[in-house]
Design a protein around this ligand. Structure first.
Ligand code: GLA
Length: 448
């Protein structure tokens, strides 16, 4: 039985009274380069992968949403559809479906809220940095759009859906950017995509012939709505403070009333700065490695508690202050790496692309603080086993690494990483598909 038939069969068993369902799919993704920059409006270079979430869905007259998951680890859930859908407990899987429904209800100003039955199926590993959560949001959204009878067309495009879902997913408590929803919807077979934001746009980028993209799972679970949530949110929150302080400094340096809604506007906005001007601006704003709450408050003419509560959403000051200098530096250097990586891909220069991936990992680990001992060990082993570029992918704190490996070296890579990381470092055998060659696939859609 094909996977799609299995999903529909599972739907029939879960909802025996229902008619024929619509079937939607949404792939996971891996990010090749451009990490923790999307929420500042800076570009990223991901691809959609063959692992996917599938949802079979049909309207129901009750006004209730019934959710079933083919994986028994995810308990059934049920709730009333409406303008305000109260979230379940943090970490509950159904919150991702709720996020999509509430986002679409608002976008289309829905007043009569339909019921629906949804059966969720799929094979994206969870909490592994390959975006099972956003795939669930996107698949739920496609299923609900069909219940609402709102197909893509004039006035509503995949770009519109990706934009609205990026915001809608904040319902679960993460302050993510728009990369995941965008690549999941706009991915292209055999291509990576360079994605730019505000406004959202995606440009196909060739992959390297003769090289495979291989994911290696560190086996450290990074639950974006669980243990990694606060750690993830530290990035966007510190960037908010960086933006406010940089804005203040820019006024002095350029003698202009500037308002910077997001850091990308330093380059793309009215200031239109060069990379070296941005570097100078960051240096002037953050002369010390760490910035204390009181120093930030003095610059902004605010009370320290107001800076913490209003700008940093309560993020406590770490001992020694917030490491804003290195966090800002990562934004600039990662932006430059993404632009350079796209040029390397166009030039077919895999070696240079791989070097940029390696540098990105170092910056994520040292300047942005989103790696962990296991990810660092895994990239080191991988580089010693023939990978020409290895880095963490996605939010970090665990999950997967992404590796660029010459096709003739795949077997040696597999054997070397199995020994060097899983056996020697973790003292275990690799789980099924812990090492996975990924293909770039088309973005999400309705199958039937
Ligand atoms: C998560 C978020 C994305 C992005 C990455 C890090 O996947 O959902 O928006 O910030 O982390 O690059």
């Amino acid at each position: 039985m094909s996977l799609y038939v299995q999903t529909i069969e599972a739907f029939r068993q879960a909802f025996p009274d229902q008619g024929a369902p619509v079937l939607c799919r949404a792939p996971g993704r891996t990010n090749l380069i451009g990490e923790h920059v999307d929420y500042n409006g800076l570009p990223v270079l991901p691809m959609a992968i063959q692992k996917e979430i599938r949802i079979a869905a049909a309207p129901a007259s009750s006004g209730r949403i019934r959710l079933r998951n083919r994986d028994a680890a995810f308990a059934p859930a049920e709730f009333s559809n409406g303008a305000e859908i109260p979230p379940s407990a943090p970490g509950a899987w159904e919150n991702y479906c709720k996020a999509a429904l509430q986002g679409l209800n608002r976008y289309f100003s829905i007043e009569e809220f339909p019921g629906a039955d949804l059966l969720v199926d799929g094979d994206i590993p969870v909490a592994s940095g390959v975006s099972s959560s956003s795939a669930l949001v996107v698949a739920s959204a496609l299923a609900y759009l069909s219940v609402l009878g709102k197909p893509f067309g004039e006035g509503f495009s995949k770009l519109d859906l990706a934009t609205l879902l990026a915001e809608a997913e904040q319902y679960v408590g993460t302050r993510g950017g728009g990369m995941d929803q965008a690549i999941i919807l706009l991915g292209q077979k055999d291509r990576a995509c360079k994605i730019d934001f505000f406004p959202l746009r995606a440009e196909a980028v060739p992959l390297f012939s003769g090289h495979a993209i291989i994911l290696c799972n560190s086996m450290v679970k990074a639950e974006k709505t669980g243990n990694a949530l606060m750690r993830y949110n530290q990035g966007p929150l510190m960037c908010r403070l960086i933006r406010r302080l940089v804005e203040h400094q820019a006024k002095q340096m350029f003698d202009e009333e500037v308002e910077i809604a997001r850091l990308a506007e330093l380059w793309y906005g009215p200031l239109c700065l060069t990379h070296s001007e941005v570097a100078d601006l960051f240096e002037a704003t953050f002369p010390k490695t760490h910035t204390s709450l009181s120093a930030a408050a003095a610059v902004l003419g605010m009370q320290a508690e107001d800076v913490r509560d209003d700008i940093l959403a309560g993020l406590d000051e770490p001992p020694g202050g917030y490491p804003l200098q290195s966090r800002a530096r990562h934004q600039l250097t990662e932006f430059r790496r993404v632009e350079a990586a796209r040029d390397c891909a166009l030039a077919g220069d895999a070696a240079a692309f791989g070097a940029l991936m390696n540098a990105s990992h170092e910056s994520c680990a040292n300047d942005y603080g989103v790696s962990c001992a296991e990810l660092d060990a895994l990239v080191a082993v991988a580089r010693g086993c023939g990978s020409i570029g290895s880095r963490l992918t996605g939010a970090g704190f665990g999950g997967c690494t992404v590796n660029l490996v010459p096709v003739h070296g795949i077997e040696a890579f597999h054997a070397g990483v199995t020994q060097g990381y899983y056996r020697d470092f973790l003292h275990r055998e690799p789980a099924l598909e812990a090492i996975l060659v990924v293909e770039a696939v088309d973005g999400a859609g309705v199958i039937s």
